[in-house]
Design a protein around this ligand. Structure first.
Ligand code: AMP
Length: 289
């Protein structure tokens, strides 16, 4: 299997068209690089489900706010290519910012209403940038299926709604969150943390686990479940919290009572690093609380 690095959108689009004309099912995994096992788990699912897999590596400037980490976001294409070389990826699409947003670029997608709460409120414009780049990438890589991680749960819901609303022909699949053995959700941003901060960050998965345990024991009050998460974060000295919420998994609306399908969402800072995590309460604890 040849791993080709392309920044030319026409070449990649033609590769996808040709593969589909030949009756192949094409999958795409979109990433910002700094690949870890979480990304590779999406590639594995794509490889399993599809006959050809395209991976994109692009740190998308339009989804970062003016005071966010666009400049310092890790960029390591060579290491990413090494990480992908053992999986059967057909094409790596790694464009430059100019190739994606050329001179005179002025069209963008206004993200669907499900983008408004939670991340959308904390990161104004973020989901417009995500929706825009995902639609652009789907124009270049018109795959049968696109695989996204449930780690960014609201992002998957935003992309599902955008694809539905704009009649995009690609099916969207959400994949499980990959974690370190101690529960920390894998993330390119984990590299920003010191050892002490990483230890503190375990409170996120522990808090989610504690809430899932409470749910298993019969607690249904969303406020009580969220309070249990908040208590775990406070115990670890995490005080800068963007949100903790127990929401409906389809609508992301907070309801007084949780069900097995409800999702607990967290966004908080550990030191300077902003982390997000979530779990489906009905799935039970991630780690022993
Ligand atoms: P990113 O490079 O952070 O934009 O992530 C690219 C894709 O990988 C997104 O669909 C993420 O949700 C997914 N992803 C990131 N971390 C994980 C993880 N720990 N487990 C599963 N998927 C992940």
């Amino acid at each position: 299997m040849t791993l080709r690095v392309e920044g030319e959108s026409d070449v990649v689009r033609e590769f996808v068209h040709e593969a589909r004309r030949a009756g192949k099912k094409v999958g795409v995994v979109m990433t910002m690089g700094a690949l870890h096992e979480g990304h590779l788990s999406l590639v594995e699912v794509a490889n399993r489900d599809c006959d050809a897999t395209v991976v994109s590596v692009f740190v998308n400037p339009t989804q970062f706010g003016p005071h966010e980490d666009f400049e310092k976001y890790p960029r390591q294409l060579e290491a990413d290519l090494r990480a992908l070389s053992s999986s059967s990826v057909d094409v790596v699409f790694a464009p430059t910012v100019d190739q994606m947003y050329g001179d005179g670029h002025s069209t963008s997608v206004c993200a669907p209403s499900i983008s408004e709460p939670w991340e959308g409120r904390c990161r104004p414009g973020h989901f417009d940038g995500v929706a825009t780049v995902v639609l652009k990438l789907l124009q270049i890589v018109p795959a049968d299926v696109a695989y996204f991680g449930n780690k960014d749960y609201q992002q998957v819901q935003v992309i599902r709604a955008m694809v539905r609303d704009l009649h995009v022909g690609t099916r969207i699949v959400g994949c499980p969150i990959l974690r370190d053995p101690d529960g920390l959700a894998k993330s390119s941003r984990n590299a920003y943390m010191t050892d002490d901060e990483r230890a503190q960050a375990l409170a996120l998965s522990q808090g989610l686990s504690a809430a899932a345990e409470l749910f298993k024991m019969g607690e249904r009050g969303s406020a009580a479940l969220a309070a249990r998460i908040r208590q775990q974060l406070a115990g670890a000295g995490i005080t800068k919290i963007d949100y903790i919420a127990v929401v409906d998994s389809d609508t992301l609306v907070e309801k007084p009572n949780a069900g097995a399908d409800s999702i607990a969402l967290i966004a908080s800072y550990v030191g300077e690093t902003r982390l997000i995590d979530n779990c489906r309460l009905g799935d039970g604890p991630i780690v022993a609380p």
